[in-house]
Ligand binder design. Structure first.
Ligand SMILES: *Cc1c(COP(=O)(O)O)cnc(C)c1O
Length: 411
């Protein structure tokens, strides 16, 4: 391997963890300056967050957007908007950010893990169906890596059961299904503005809905359920302060107009890599559903360990020698194998809300999740961002091809 690397000059790839892979500029600074000069850093009195919420909702064609402090807060607000009874079940995925799962527990509900399609790592109608019960109060679908779930059969099944769908679109800004933006197909959509997402305010999130009652509850939930603007406001129910500050709102407002170009660039460079990797035995490139558009938060390869010796782990080690920081498996283990679930580390020693769960709803034996384990085993996640140039894509492709040449078994 070392010899192969020396043949080419090593290139440093842009990273979304610093300025090299992000799109900050004068626009963010101008908005920040305006907000600081106004002296109003608090969104109920300011204009920046409100302007961002209006622009975000209208860019997606949703009737309402509620900005908040993180993607986790956005998911929490969506779950709280649904208002499950303690012990009610929310069907979700074990391949996601933990911030998409702990809010379910905080609301006293039980996350019920659906298996996933091992190729897309997304939930499907077929994997969700066996998880539905009399106690199902919502289905959370996560568009992993920016690749939209196959929504039509999921929406149809959910509608038939009268169960709302929450879309976790934290990784899927810019993705579409049937021409509609990810996050607007279900009852509520959740987004993250964390450092590494499509657009960012460092930390931040947004919930969208076109259902006035759900949107209202989400708004209240991030505002301690205080009825701002009401005739006789009160704290109407149990809720937190999850507001976005005007400082973040300023950056968000300046980031949003840059989103479309960033998504287009991500899709364009992903297409280049897919073309450059065509025909590599044992390596599958990402595939969007026929009716969907993938917005490439990350570029996830599938590595067949039966063809590539050592599988995704060995490929990742080889890419590291080229300075490419890929993530084999994406996450080390399915969420339910983490202590919070496996040991029920929740509220004191109570184990609540797991104490209310049907045994089948919290049965985490691996044989129940073949797609989840196979999907993680084969996944090799390449970092992606809107600042990748053709030379970077070329470099990544050369590195993957070199690693493949060294590791693939002869046919
Ligand atoms: C990032 C992410 C979250 C959580 O967002 P934070 O802003 O980090 O709290 C939730 N769900 C998914 C799928 C994510 O990728």
């Amino acid at each position: 391997m070392a010899g192969v690397v020396e043949e080419r000059k090593r290139i440093v790839l842009p990273s979304d963890q610093d300025a090299s892979g992000r799109s900050f500029g004068e626009e963010e600074l101008a908005e920040l300056t305006r907000v600081v000069r106004s002296g109003i850093l608090f969104s109920p009195k300011g204009t920046a967050v409100k302007a961002f919420e209006r622009a975000f909702a209208s860019s997606l064609g949703a009737s309402q957007a509620v900005a908040c402090s993180s993607g986790s807060a956005a998911v929490h607000a969506a779950i709280a908007a649904i208002d499950p009874e303690p012990g009610d079940e929310i069907v979700t995925t074990a391949i996601t950010d933990m911030g998409a799962l702990t809010p379910i527990l905080y609301q006293g509900a039980i996350p019920v893990f659906a298996d996933v399609d091992p190729r897309s790592l997304n939930v499907t109608a077929a994997t969700i169906a066996p998880c539905l019960s009399q106690r199902t109060r919502a289905i959370v679908v996560t568009h992993l890596f920016g690749n939209p779930c196959e929504m039509a059969p999921i929406l149809e099944m959910a509608a038939a059961r009268g169960v709302p769908v929450i879309e976790d679109a934290a990784q899927a800004l810019g993705a579409t299904y049937d021409g509609r933006p990810a996050g607007t197909l279900g009852a509520l959509g959740c987004f993250s503005l964390q450092q590494g997402k499509h657009i960012t305010t460092g930390e931040g999130g947004v919930v969208v809905s076109s259902d006035a009652a759900l949107g209202r509850r989400a708004f209240l939930f991030v505002n301690k359920a205080w009825g701002y603007g009401d005739e006789n406001p009160d704290h109407y129910f149990l809720a937190l302060n999850y507001r976005m500050s005007e400082l973040q709102g300023a950056v968000a407002a300046a980031q949003l107009p840059k989103l479309a170009a960033g998504v287009a660039r991500r899709i364009e460079t992903a297409g280049m890599l897919t073309a450059l990797l065509a025909g590599l035995r044992g390596i599958a490139t990402p595939q969007a559903p026929a009716r969907g558009v993938h917005s490439f938060w990350r570029y996830c390869l599938r590595v067949d360990p039966g063809v590539v010796r050592g599988g995704a782990q060995a490929m990742a080690a080889a890419l590291k020698a080229w300075g490419i920081a890929s993530a084999p498996r994406y996450i080390v283990k399915p969420a339910f194998a983490c202590e919070v679930f496996a040991r029920r580390r929740t509220f004191g020693a109570s184990g609540f809300p797991f104490t209310l769960a049907r045994p089948e709803a919290v049965d985490y034996r691996p044989e129940r999740f073949p797609g989840t384990y196979a999907g993680l085993e084969g996944a090799l996640v390449l970092p992606w961002n809107e600042r990748l140039e053709e030379e970077h894509v070329d470099y990544i492709a050369t590195a993957v091809r070199a690693a493949h040449a060294a590791l693939a078994e002869r046919p």
